[in-house]
Design a protein around this ligand. Sequence first.
Ligand code: XCC
Ligand code: SF4
Length: 644
Amino acid sequence: MKEKLLSVEDLTIDTGVQQMILKSRDEGVKTAFDRNSEIGARCTFGELGVCCKRCLAGPCRILPGGKGPQTGVCGATADQIVARNFLEMVAQGMAPHIEHAREVALTLLETAEGKAPYEIKNPEKLINIASRLGLTVDGKEIEEVAKDVALKALESFQQQYGILPWLEMNANQKTLARWKELNIIPANAHQELTVAINRVTMGSDADPVNLLLGVMRLGITDGYAGLHLSTDLQDVLFGTPGLVKSKYRLGVIKEKMVNISVHGHIPMLADKVVEWAEKLEDEAKAVGAEGINVFGICCSANEVLMRKGIPVATNFASQEAPILTGAVEAMAVDIQCVMPSLPTVSNDYHTEVITSLPYSKIPGASHIEFTPAKADEVAQAVVRKGIANFGKRDPEKMQIPPEIVDAYAGFSTEQIVEALKNVNPEDPLKPLVDNIKAGNILGVVALVGCTNPRVKQDWANVEMAKELLKHNVMVVATGCSAHSLGKFGLLSSEGLEYCGDGLKQVLTAVGQANGMEALPSVLHMGSCVDNSRIADLVSALADYIGVEAKDLPVAGSTPEIMNPKALAIGAYFLAHGVDVHVGIMPPIGGSELVTNVLTGSKEEHELTTDGLFGGKVIYEKDPIEAAHVVIERIKQKRAELFGE
Ligand code: XCC
Ligand code: SF4
């Protein structure tokens, strides 16, 4: 087996992770990188999306290239099978976001009712949201307002007619009118999900184009009932992020401290673990540690990085690496992107993996059940388990890669506007828009999404960012993609060396107006649900110029996409007419029709998302090539907007 393994330089550009992969091989432990090699070439039918398992008459699969059967038993064609599979995959990507939102809404409700130990950290934002929702705020206690907002949010899950409240309060009127014409306005997130699953069942919706409109509808639902709702209510409960300085890479794990990792997505537990790690510091000292060090992985990391400056060890693909350092006492996980391999890997080390949700358990992990009401108890128990495990380290197995990189984060839309106010207090967006018009900033690209063991880790994300920066494209980032950039200095002014002159000038001028040497080369805007912040920024720019998002020289890019959640976010961008670059092709290649609708430009095909919405999917594996395709589209949009 060993000779088939790839060299670590081909697997990741993170040298610390390279060391940990070598260590895992020495110790006979398997990581995602080596499991990926073992899996080898992927099933062609699966990759093309032409395998249908919708009923027990199947599974049916269509042989590519016109040879062999071209329909399933029921007569379903490749176009129909691919479109149904894709809709289902996007629904699967949306469900986690709307569950996330629902749990945050319930936490706000319980907090307002005094049943959960959280505070309303940002009452101004709460009042602003309440007013925009049309709720009365005058003469009400803040808890009452919180309760009203939480109940209104929960309506997103039951209202039978009309329009999603978070969509109504945020959307651009022209965009909304277009969506109305296409009949893709969602009323309630749960209904959208059940309707989506209903329409893809055996013998239901068989019109590929109608199914793809369904994908857009899910994208809209994901963005407003999932992302926006989550971010808004999390800001209310945990505070709106502002500029923070932090650190990246495995070197954030501290040899002499009790190391506890938070991992997953929903910030309720992660935030409390950070709080209790501070409060229980003395107990750690009593067992001989210098203190307690909390660090993050994946989007839990983003939540506590953005608000509290907590350092980040790594992102999705290398989430097993911290365990391999032999210096992590506990890993508290909630849900999504948590590899079921973690307890298996930790069998050989002293790390205790702790699951926390009743619907997300892993054999071999400890389980402490989290509810918002029990948040303090659970977080204390997690921290105490970490402290208790400190003495169980095996010094022979300890190896912490020393590299550590400085990074800035916390760029919420509010923080960005604040920074711009220090340049132009009366009209903060003016300098940004002026620089876009003048071409000092060619456009804006949101670098989002994951890392994926199928792509050399961090490489595509980093190369894409550098190439864009070089051509004066402003880059904002979220998710694991932001972590990739953080690990390689792009979230600090160190990254300015990669920027073209125009962009460099702008970042330096705005930075200096804010008492910094310069802004970081890439602005970290948060977790994956915080793609709503990017949408807010884009909407603000569009409103300022008096156009729609689709008219702006902006795009999204997810070079190392892994989770279908990123497809749902992609559909959200697309519905707004924003191009989406993917570095890995979603399973649609088995249908020319579906591929054309999503990736064709309006000049090439009559019916495309480009024609209907103004944005398309760009598939390109090579990040440098991809950057250039995106730049060309940005130039096209500039030409139409500014008559260049
Ligand atoms: Fe998961 Fe959010 Fe992707 Fe990272 S970026 S692998 S979805 S943790 Ni969201
Ligand atoms: Fe086969 Fe049709 Fe059943 Fe799919 S729905 S498995 S194509 S019979």
